[in-house]
Write a protein that binds this ligand. Structure first.
Ligand code: SF4
Ligand code: SF4
Length: 104
């Protein structure tokens, strides 16, 4: 799994707030992700953002740093505005960026 930030989707607070990963069934019961969400306002105020503090936007930042995701569940990326705006259906992988790394 590639953990390096990609170039297709910008790692910006603008995109973080559009990302639907926090509501995705894969992540919604993750204690690790929930803990990051409770501090998201502080995390979003930082420049640059710190990828380990953001529980989402994996299409930009690559695989999740949380290890308690439920990958048996369905990915919600197809419902995300970033997915359509950046034409991620045309690249690889298509979804499950938390598992498979950033969009190319
Ligand atoms: S990348 Fe897809 S599977 Fe992973 S948390 Fe986000 S929406 Fe869910
Ligand atoms: S496409 Fe998936 S990983 Fe990327 S911002 Fe949307 S929900 Fe998050």
């Amino acid at each position: 799994m590639d953990k390096t930030i990609g170039t297709k989707v910008s790692f910006s607070s603008h995109n973080v707030v559009k990302c639907v990963c926090p509501e995705c069934p894969v992540q919604v019961r993750s204690k690790c992700a929930s803990d990051k969400l409770t501090k998201i306002k502080v995390s979003l105020a930082k420049t640059p953002l710190i990828r380990e503090e953001i529980p989402g936007l994996y299409c930009s930042t690559g695989g999740a740093t949380c290890t308690d995701l439920d990958l048996e569940q369905a990915c919600s990326c197809g419902n995300c505005p970033v997915f359509s705006e950046c034409s991620l259906s045309m690249g690889t992988p298509v979804g499950y960026y938390c598992r498979d790394g950033f969009a190319k």
